[in-house]
Design a protein around this ligand. Structure first.
Ligand code: BES
Ligand code: MN
Ligand code: MN
Length: 483
């Protein structure tokens, strides 16, 4: 069954890429309210195609427009923000026939996201972010690797199987594609919580991660969690003349700088008391496997990071620091005057966006509580703070000891002719934790991005060879999971 589907995928590969380009032309930037109609257009494009290839019950599921209930310094549960929800795309095909040996039919839940990060800064793109362009075997566009290209691999694997299998699939399949992953959307989390029956499955297949190196088949078996926060500082009642009041009035921007400077020490260790209390060390076997990976720190510094030095906690390798240790980063500080020229103002208000990556055994609730308590305890005089949680996701580790990981490994062995490496990733895919908690299912994180795909950055690309190998791997995975 899978050979015919793979042949079909090869014969139709060019068409698949052209269809992907059409999806990439839709600027589905989930964080930008002005793009809401485009985000919906991307959802519809995927739904139309799922219908065309023969998937059933295809529909957009509106995510209710919940007021985002956030914890704030005036007490948890206060409503401080509301956001328009972007739709989920759902489809299923639940007609697999039990094998002769009486093994029960397997149901696979395919997950991906069709929303993308904002493309800015635009002038750094060699070709415009929403005009997909092929160069040297790579397809450049915002969302090409993260995650539209990988969603399209799922759709095209299904098409290849349905077209060559007389409208049958080797497994039962449900598809759920979300449009709020990049904004930590609550929409899908609420749907999973409220309708677990509609997503009932044995395993989720998530293609939203990276291969460790070109040509190296990779399964991701751990993700960091995260808490994304805002610290708002207020000083004077209104903006003030800095000559008249400088020396007497508190400055919220300076206060934020002072607070931020106390979040980490020079070596990179986070200074929030008890923050590391529940950090679980990787197993000896994991550490040994990570040491054996083809990782060249100097090459990573030079080509991926592009800085003069790498930073972070001494005593831990780069892979440990990014996969198995928490991290704290500041994403932006807003306030005061940033226009051309000079304006002498003491701003009344300033905001910093700060996130922390969490690793197994840390919890989002406790980590946020520790952060908030600490930030409030170091608040400079004359400043009032509000510390808000914007969104969060649990860290996850998935066991490699299950039949689905074995099926994925053997599928990729057929395609790549190499042994699979098992890695973790420093990134976060919050839904994986929800699948474990609410649906009780593990995820197979079979992603085909590359470390230099520039996801979230200018000149994002997807290596087209990986697009095709991804489709083939997914076809073979579904076939062997159903055997
Ligand atoms: N696909 C990424 C996460 C990822 C990147 C996993 C690389 C594995 C390797 C995902 O789209 C993402 O960017 N997630 C956000 C999470 C979030 C809640 C906004 C992240 O990690 O910042
Ligand atoms: Mn992604
Ligand atoms: Mn992303």
């Amino acid at each position: 069954m899978s050979d015919a589907a793979v042949t079909f995928a090869k014969e139709n590969g060019e068409r698949f890429v052209e269809e992907l380009k059409a999806l990439l032309r839709i600027p589905s930037v989930s964080t930008d309210p002005e793009r809401a109609a485009d985000v919906r257009r991307a959802a519809e494009y995927i739904a139309v195609e799922l219908r065309r290839i023969g998937m059933e019950n295809v529909r957009l599921i509106e995510t209710s427009t919940p007021e985002t209930v956030l914890a704030s310094s005036s007490g948890p549960g206060q409503v401080v923000a509301a956001r328009e929800g972007h739709p989920l795309v759902y489809a299923d095909h639940l007609h697999a026939v039990p094998a002769a040996d009486g093994k029960p039919v397997v149901t696979i839940l395919l997950y991906g996201h069709y929303d993308v990060q904002p493309p800015e800064p635009l002038d750094e793109w060699k070709t415009p972010p929403f005009e997909p362009t092929e160069r040297d075997g790579d397809l450049f566009a915002r969302g090409s690797a993260d995650d539209k290209g990988q969603v399209w691999m799922h759709v095209k694997a299904l098409e290849s199987l349905l077209a060559t299998g007389g409208g049958r699939l080797p497994v039962n399949v449900r598809v759920i594609v979300e449009g709020e992953e990049e904004v930590g959307g609550e929409g899908i989390a609420a749907f999973v919580r409220e309708h677990p029956d509609q997503l009932a499955a044995d395993v989720a297949l998530v293609s939203d991660s990276e291969m460790f190196a070109p040509d190296l088949p990779t399964l991701c078996v751990g993700l960091r969690g995260m808490i994304y926060t805002e610290i708002e500082a207020r000083g004077a009642r209104t903006d003030l003349h800095s000559g008249m009041y400088g020396g007497a009035a508190p400055n919220p921007l300076v206060a934020l700088a002072q607070i931020i400077a106390k979040l980490k020490d020079e070596s990179g260790r986070i200074l929030i008391p008890h923050f590391y209390d529940h950090v679980a060390a990787p197993t000896a076997a994991e550490l040994k496997a990570w040491k054996a990976l083809p990782f060249d720190e100097e090459h990573y510094r030079e080509t991926e990071v592009g800085s003069t030095e790498l930073t972070g906690e001494p005593g831990f390798s780069v892979l440990e620091r990014t996969w198995a240790r928490p991290a704290l980063d500041v994403h932006g500080i807003a306030g005061g005057f940033t226009g051309a020229g000079a304006k002498t103002v003491i701003p009344a208000r300033a905001v910093a966006k700060v996130s922390m990556r969490l690793v197994p055994e840390m919890t989002t609730a406790e980590s946020f509580a520790l952060f908030k308590t600490y930030v409030e305890s170091i608040c400079p005089r004359g400043i009032t703070l509000e510390v808000r949680l914007i969104h969060s996701g649990d860290p996850t580790v998935v066991s490699t000891d299950n039949a689905f990981v074995r099926a994925a490994t053997s599928a990729m062995h057929t395609v790549f002719g190499k042994e699979t490496v098992y890695i973790r990733s420093g990134g976060s895919i919050p839904i994986v934790g929800d699948f474990i908690r609410e649906l009780g299912i593990p995820s197979v994180l079979m992603g085909f991005g590359l470390p230099d795909d520039n996801i979230h950055a200018p000149n994002e690309k997807f290596h087209l060879a990986n697009f095709h190998r991804g489709i083939e791997s997914i076809v073979r995975f579904m076939t062997s999971a159903g055997a």
